[in-house]
Write a protein that binds this ligand. Structure first.
Ligand code: GRF
Length: 195
């Protein structure tokens, strides 16, 4: 039986597309969005089940997280991948999938966490940024780091150009890491993750 991977998205879904297109041994069992994300169409085009769980329909974040957990759990995933999912997952979600949720972040954590990692790195004037795949905990991009790749920052960069170059690296890194994760569970020792 192939491993089952659920993917969470909020936006255009190019990272999702990189997972769909990758040579992979796992099945993408569902794609779930928090809004009518463009990326849902990519899943539909690949005949992957989709769902939407919108925060506005719930009284608070925990109840939304819990409903999101129910929706994802209904597809029995082995791993959950947050690929451009722009919401913080609370323990009401994370406790359902302990050490089984990963996120791709467009900066070299622990620098520049949060929703504007690319913009913040650029504003700080760093010469090198990049992307990070990490286990998700209840903090904002604070979970143990699984893999990172660097991307040089050019003097001519604006947020779009830098983000585009970072995404190009994410499209390689995330599918590679997910394939490794489903093949062999990582050893997590405190903050250290061995693939
Ligand atoms: C990626 O850079 C991801 O790291 C960030 O949002 C972007 C996702 O883009 N959180 P897309 O929606 O997959 O095109």
């Amino acid at each position: 039986m192939p491993a089952r991977v659920a993917v969470l998205i909020s936006g255009t879904g190019t990272l999702l597309q990189s997972l769909i297109d990758a040579e992979r041994s796992y099945e993408i069992c569902v794609v779930v969005a928090d809004r009518p994300a463009e990326g849902l169409q990519r899943a539909q085009a690949a005949a992957i089940p989709t769902a939407m769980v919108t925060p506005g329909e719930f009284p608070d974040r925990d109840q939304w997280s819990s409903a999101l957990g129910d929706t994802v759990a209904a597809h029995s995933p082995d791993w959950v991948v947050s690929a451009g999912f722009m919401r913080i997952l609370t323990s009401a979600f994370l406790d359902r999938f302990p050490q089984r949720v990963v996120n791709s972040h467009p900066a070299l954590l622990p620098a520049f966490p949060g929703a504007h990692g690319v913009r913040d790195a650029l504003a700080y004037g760093v010469k090198v940024s990049g992307c990070t795949v990490h286990l998700v905990d209840a903090g904002v991009d604070t979970g143990p780091i699984i893999a990172q790749e660097s991307v040089p920052v050019l003097l001519s960069d604006d947020e779009d150009s830098l983000h585009t170059r970072i995404k190009t690296v994410e499209w390689e890194l995330l599918p590679r890491v997910v394939e490794q994760l489903v093949t062999r569970a990582p050893i997590v020792n405190g903050r250290k993750v061995e693939l």
